[in-house]
Every structure is written in structure tokens, then in C-alpha cells.
Design a protein around this ligand. Structure first.
Ligand code: ARG
Length: 593
């Protein structure tokens, strides 16, 4: 058995422990070189540092463990090479009942904050931008993945004590809105728009784009001419940007408002919230001002052949021309991103910022970073490497309704499939098939399926895998949680009593589970340094396995009072830890299913 329950700053502390003479002794091997900090489990008694170890070996027990009775007085007589920092180990015994007592008390007293105390040294303000779909275009898998990952990262930061600003940055600006305005006049109507804004705008967008293609097809032999509709869209957008197309702007604003309203609803189903919705449009004017500033600072060059404005930036290998101005003077996606980040810094004074965006936009964020370096923005020096939180593509995500995905179709499909599975399975009779439960199960499954992968992995979406009642899935976590709730409910003990004695926890199944609970902090810490949720997801899968073993072997009902009370606490702590982890992932733990 390998356990880890110590942590030490950013360094990984590897500690392996074996239960020897399983009943009452746990032997832990600590690579002493790495254990330079006190552990939060034992507090000062466990304080070990390299120099301590070297100097105090003869009286090891006293110095290291002071008057801590939990540590067996007979320390292993060890042939340690004290000078060898790599392989040096100190073995000591610790009575599991003492360790278990510390862990359980800690979890019981910290409750929904268990796992998050003392992890960070200084509290920061962190701006996380995620999801960021485009109005009138389909919400693709990348927007979903970004929403799930960004929400997790934000939850994690908040849990450990940072202040988080959560931004959804809508694609609501650009020539395509000149097209949409024309399209709506030709193909749209207010009634359908109000009924389902996303789909209606998308339909309009598709139709008007078809017109553009047709005009291009008919444009003569070389077929390069884009035609009247396209030309007009450029003009409309230019006027929108200059603030002179008031009718188009009004219409555009209506599209935007109504889409945000709808988005809010759907994100709510996913347990995802934002501090604010921004849009590229907010930074149109500021982008024009930025261009002026770039000119004044002599950073803007104009390309002789294309007439486009660019900034020269140096990457590790290449020189990149980052284009920030079109030949007609209007701004681009990149320009708006620079203006946005500068403005956000003024408003929120963040210490760092993350953009949770598909790996495919790597070059875009490299350019953004390069430009910020050119502008000598101070915070970029410290946190530049973590600006773009990249992730791989999900392929194959489609619903019965078709390839173009809409977020609510995905969630509805998950819900419907769950209800169907529940009805078709006799074994799942006890599963509640109400809409709310099915909806939460569907969402949990989608979230877990996504977060169990390393961010940069690409994966093929499969409904069967996502909604599996067996194997590692969101449903399995929910099941473990609901089962704990019902055990606690029906255990026949006083569930509020915290009067218990861990000497009654003698079974290895109990100790294993408790040690796993103790390593939750480590897992949180790992997620925090890597910004990878998969560590937590896999931790929770293991936790649910330990819980299920404990269910089989540690009965609570009809047991002698002392034993029942002690076991009950273990289950309560397991439930707290599981719920805390699920909540970080963005899942609402179910009490019943
Ligand atoms: N709306 C963009 C898209 O769908 C993503 C925006 C990412 N964020 C940013 N600040 N550039 O591709």
C-alpha cells in the first residue's frame, strides 16, 4: 500500500507506508530529504527537516515527535546512511488509531472546507476567462470543455482562498455581425427569435452565408469576388464600429441580450456561473485607442503590400508579425483581446489571468503574450507561462438533432438517455427517474467524462461511455454519495454525536479509507500546481472504491454502540470528502438517486 499524506510546499513529498502487523501499527517511510515542513495532519510533532534528522538521530523520538504518545517509542533500528539525501529514510511507527483520530476530527470539524486550509501562502485575485461562445454560431465542444475546465479551476482557486473573477467573453463582434444584420432582415423574424434565439440566429447565419457562397460562385471566371452581400456586411460592420449604424446596432444589441439570457439559463443547469459576461464588442472603441497608442509608441508597422498594421514580436524560435489592424483601419480579434486584458487589469487589478481556450488558438495567445511583453506589462513577467490554459479537441460530439451542437441539446440528450436507461434496467429500480435527478446525473456524467482526461488529450465523445452506470463515470460518484447518505440516514445511531473512539477501527478497510481521505489535501495541491482536474477525478474514483469496500466490511447497523459510532464517523468523513471533491468539479452531490 502506498499512501501519501504529507505535503511540503511545491515539492512533492513521497511517503510510502505499509501496514505491518495490520492490527495496530502503521509503518511509514518518509524520504526525509523532502520532508521539510510540518505536516498539517500532525502539526508540530511531525516537523522534520534534513538538519534535524542529521543532528538528532540518537534521540530521534524525542526531537521529532516531542511528547507525542502516538508514536511508538521503539523506533526502527535503522541502517540509515544519513549523508545520502536521496535514499535516506527514517522509519517510524505510528499507531493507526491515533492517526485516524487526527484525520477524522479534522474532517469533521472542517466540513465543507476540508482539504483547503493552509494550502496557499498569499491570497491573490485571479481572472479566469472561460467558455466564451460566439453569438449566432453553434456552441461547439470547445466551448463546453472550456466551460467545464474553467469552472473547475475557478472553484479550486476559490476553495483555497483566492478571489476569482469569472468572465465569459462572448464573440459578439466582427464582420459576421454585418452579415447577420442583413440575414435577419431577409430570413429572420422576432417571434422565432424570442422562442429560441440560439437556433434562430444560427439558421439566419447559415442562410446568409449560403447567399455569400452563391454570389461568389456566380462572380465570374476566377470566383474570387465575394459579391454584394459580403461587401455590404463589411460596410455595416465598419459603421457599427464607428457607431453610425444605429439601427443595426440596436438589432445587434437585442441579439446579444437575448442570447445572454438564454446562455445564463443553460449554464445554470451545468452549475456554471460568471461574475460577468463581456463581449468583444465592449473593446471595439478601446481597440481603436490602442492602435493610436501603438502608433505613438512606434510599435505599429504597416505592411507595404497588404496595408495591414502589425506588431513585430519574437517567439523563442520565430519572429512573428502579429496583425492588429485591417487595411481599412478596423480592428481584429487579437486587437480586442489586447484592449480587453489591459482594461480588465485596470478594473480588477488581478495578479494573474487565465484563458481557458482550445489548443488550436495557441498562436493567438502567443501573440497576445508577446505583445503584452512588448508593452512591458509587469504581471506578464511573473505569470506569462500560465496565460493560455490549453486543452485538446473533443471529436464526435453530436446529438440526435444533428452535428451542429447546442448546449441545451447536449444536456437534454444526456437527461433523456439517463431516464431511458433507468427505465430499461431492472437493477436500477431504486434509481429515482425524476427529471431533476436525471438532469443532474446527465450533467455529472458529462463533467466527469471531460475532466477525467488530461487537458491536452483529445478524445472521442461517446454517449455510452459518458452515461455508463458501471466503470469510472459521474454516475458512479453520485451513486457512492447517495449510498453514503442513505447509510448515514438509516444507521440507527445518533448521527450528530461525535463521541467516538478510533480504537474500534481495527479493520484494514477502515484504515485504508481514512488514509485515502487524508490524502485529499495532497490531491487538491496537485491540481492547483498543474491546473489538471484529472488528479481529483481519479482520486474520487479510488475514494468511491474504498467506500464500497468499506460498505461491505464495516457494518454500522445493529453493531455494538462503540463500533457503530466509530464506523459511522468514517462514513461521514468519506461523504464530506467525496462531496467536497465533487463540488470542486462542478457537480451537485445527490442525496438520493
Ligand atoms: N469566442 C472565441 C471562439 O469561439 C473564443 C474566445 C477565447 N477568448 C479570448 N479572449 N480570445 O473561438
Amino acid at each position: 500500500m502506498v499512501i501519501k499524506f504529507l505535503r511540503s510546499g511545491n515539492k512533492e513529498v513521497t511517503q510510502s507506508g505499509r501496514t505491518e502487523a495490520l492490527e495496530d501499527i502503521l509503518t511509514a517511510n518518509i524520504k526525509y530529504r523532502l520532508v521539510t515542513k510540518k505536516t498539517r495532519l500532525q502539526d508540530p510533532q511531525f516537523y522534520i527537516s534534513v538538519s534535524d534528522v542529521k543532528e538528532t538521530i540518537p534521540g530521534l523520538n524525542q526531537t521529532l515527535f516531542s511528547d507525542n504518545q502516538a508514536i511508538s517509542q521503539e523506533l526502527h533500528p535503522l541502517p540509515i546512511d544519513y549523508t545520502d539525501e536521496t535514499n535516506g529514510r527514517i522509519n517510524f511507527f505510528i499507531k493507526p488509531c491515533y492517526l485516524c483520530n487526527i484525520i477524522l476530527k479534522k474532517v469533521l470539524s472542517e466540513g465543507d472546507t476540508y482539504g483547503y486550509h493552509g494550502i496557499i501562502k498569499d491570497k491573490q485575485t485571479i481572472l479566469v476567462e472561460y467558455s466564451s461562445p460566439n453569438i449566432a454560431k453553434p456552441f461547439h465542444a470547445g466551448h463546453l470543455r472550456s466551460a467545464i475546465i474553467g469552472n473547475f479551476i475557478s472553484n479550486l482557486y476559490e476553495a483555497v482562498g483566492h478571489k476569482v473573477i469569472r468572465i465569459n467573453y462572448l464573440g459578439d463582434w466582427g464582420t459576421q455581425y454585418g452579415l447577420l444584420a442583413q440575414g435577419f432582415n431577409k430570413y429572420g423574424n422576432k417571434e422565432d427569435l424570442n422562442k429560441d434565439p440560439m437556433k434562430h440566429l444560427y439558421m439566419v447565419y447559415v442562410k446568409i452565408n449560403e447567399d455569400v457562397s452563391k454570389e461568389q460562385q456566380n462572380s465570374g471566371p476566377d470566383k474570387h469576388e465575394k459579391g454584394e452581400t459580403h461587401r455590404k456586411s463589411l460596410e455595416i460592420f465598419r459603421n457599427m464600429e464607428q457607431g453610425t449604424a444605429s439601427e443595426d446596432l440596436q438589432l445587434w444589441k437585442h441579439f446579444r441580450d437575448i442570447s445572454i439570457e438564454k446562455y445564463r439559463e443553460v449554464y445554470e443547469r451545468l452549475n456554471i456561473k460568471f461574475t460577468d459576461y463581456e463581449g468583444e464588442s465592449m473593446y471595439s472603441k478601446k481597440s481603436l485607442e490602442l492602435i493610436e497608442e501603438l502608433k505613438q509608441r512606434d510599435l505599429l508597422h504597416i505592411d507595404d503590400t497588404t496595408g495591414k498594421g502589425y506588431i513585430d514580436i519574437e517567439d523563442e524560435k520565430d519572429n512573428i508579425k502579429a496583425v492588429v489592424q485591417k487595411s481599412d483601419g478596423s480592428t481584429l480579434y487579437l486587437t480586442r483581446d489586447i484592449a480587453a486584458v489591459l482594461d480588465r487589469h485596470k478594473r480588477y487589478n488581478f495578479d494573474r489571468t487565465h484563458y481557458v481556450v482550445e489548443d488550436g488558438q495557441d498562436l493567438h495567445f502567443k501573440m497576445l503574450k508577446g505583445i503584452l511583453q512588448k508593452l512591458s506589462v509587469p504581471w506578464i513577467q511573473r505569470y506569462g507561462d500560465q496565460i493560455h490554459i490549453r486543452f485538446g479537441r473533443i471529436s464526435n460530439l453530436s446529438t440526435r438533432k444533428g452535428k451542429a451542437v447546442f448546449l441545451d441539446d447536449i444536456l437534454n440528450e444526456a437527461k433523456e438517455r439517463i431516464i431511458k436507461t433507468i427505465h430499461s434496467k431492472q437493477t436500477s429500480k431504486e434509481v429515482d427517474s425524476t427529471e431533476t435527478v436525471a438532469d443532474i446525473l446527465g450533467v455529472s456524467s458529462i463533467i466527469v467524462q471531460d475532466l477525467k482526461e488530461k487537458r491536452l488529450n483529445t478524445y472521442k465523445f461517446s454517449w455510452d461511455k459518458v452515461l455508463s452506470f458501471k466503470g469510472d463515470s459521474g454516475i458512479v460518484l453520485q451513486y457512492a454519495h447517495a449510498r453514503l447518505c442513505s447509510l448515514i440516514d438509516q444507521c440507527g445511531c445518533d448521527i450528530h454525536s461525535i463521541d467516538f473512539d478510533t480504537k474500534y477501527l481495527t479493520e484494514p478497510e477502515a484504515i485504508q479509507l481514512i488514509l485515502h481521505i487524508a490524502s485529499y489535501e495532497d490531491t487538491v495541491d496537485k491540481c492547483l500546481t498543474s491546473l489538471e482536474a484529472c488528479h481529483l477525478v481519479h482520486y474520487l474514483f479510488s475514494l468511491s472504491k474504498f467506500i464500497s469496500v468499506a460498505h461491505r466490511n464495516l457494518k454500522v447497523k445493529d453493531q455494538p454502540k462503540e463500533i457503530a459510532q466509530a464506523r459511522l464517523q468514517v462514513f461521514k468523513c468519506a461523504k464530506t470528502t467525496l462531496a467536497n471533491g465533487m463540488t470542486l468539479l462542478g457537480i451537485t452531490p445527490l442525496d438520493k438517486m
